[in-house]
Ligand binder design. Structure first.
Ligand SMILES: Cc1cc2nc3c(=O)[nH]c(=O)nc-3n(C[C@H](O)[C@H](O)[C@H](O)COP(=O)(O)OP(=O)(O)OC[C@H]3O[C@@H](n4cnc5c(N)ncnc54)[C@H](O)[C@@H]3O)c2cc1C
Length: 187
């Protein structure tokens, strides 16, 4: 991590590269574990792999299908529709690279969906890390020693859905002095 430095003159501010900042909000997912200010957050990495593929002998109407894992039929109106299949779920794994075991597990899930072996062409294999915590609730935390440092984390597998609520709570706190609900604060 590049260095964030604190300056106590002129009303106190932080510097990061060319930036001069009054408040810092870290939204780093699992990378927080390398952040010297928030390395102690109770984050459990859960790795998830996804595959983008073509089904050689099948075609499904556009939509989202689920059995054990999800299968998203994308742009099925085209001649050569693509599908996205996901996601694996591997607790305590923060290795960012796609892994063969996860690929095999996803293809097995695909077979279970169709009830038969399925011929596929894999176009892309990606992986991501869900930053979860024990109670599976996303949170905001203010640094106990440096009150101008904040973190949003624990978004787990619902980050797209829950991040707006957390950022709104922080914006209300900064700009309208509204207290952050204790339900959103890391206990
Ligand atoms: C397999 C999988 C399935 C998911 N399913 C869903 C779902 O069904 N519904 C839903 O709502 N969401 C889903 N998500 C999204 C997920 O909830 C969020 O991606 C997750 O919560 C992480 O969000 P985040 O922004 O906290 O962390 P990240 O997505 O990890 O983002 C952190 C970013 O900060 C950057 N960063 C960290 N440190 C530094 C630094 N020092 N300098 C510069 N940049 C830095 C990283 O490079 C990264 O881009 C899924 C994610 C995965 C991986």
């Amino acid at each position: 991590m590049k260095k964030l430095t604190k300056h106590d003159n002129e009303g106190a501010f932080w510097c990061y590269q060319t930036l001069r900042i009054k408040k810092v909000i870290f939204c780093q997912g699992v990378h927080t574990l390398q952040n010297p200010y928030f390395s102690e957050l109770p984050i459990i990495p859960i790795k998830g792999d996804t595959l983008t593929l073509k089904l050689k002998d099948h075609s499904l109407p556009e939509g989202l299908y689920y059995k054990k894992r999800w299968l998203h039929a994308l742009a099925t109106g085209s001649h050569n529709p693509q599908y996205r299949l996901g996601a694996s779920y591997e607790v305590d794994n923060s290795n960012p690279n796609p892994c063969k075991n996860a690929q095999a597990e996803l293809l097995q899930a695909l077979e279970a969906m169709f009830g038969e072996k399925i011929a596929v062409e894999i176009l892309e294999h990606k992986s991501g890390i869900r930053p979860t915590c024990k109670n599976a609730r996303p949170f905001i935390i203010q640094h106990p020693k440096y009150p101008s440092l904040f973190a949003i984390n624990g978004l787990g597998s619902k980050g797209t859905a829950t991040a707006p609520m957390l950022t709104k709570a922080l914006a209300n706190y900064f700009y309208e002095s509204k207290a952050i609900s204790t339900e959103l604060l890391l206990a």
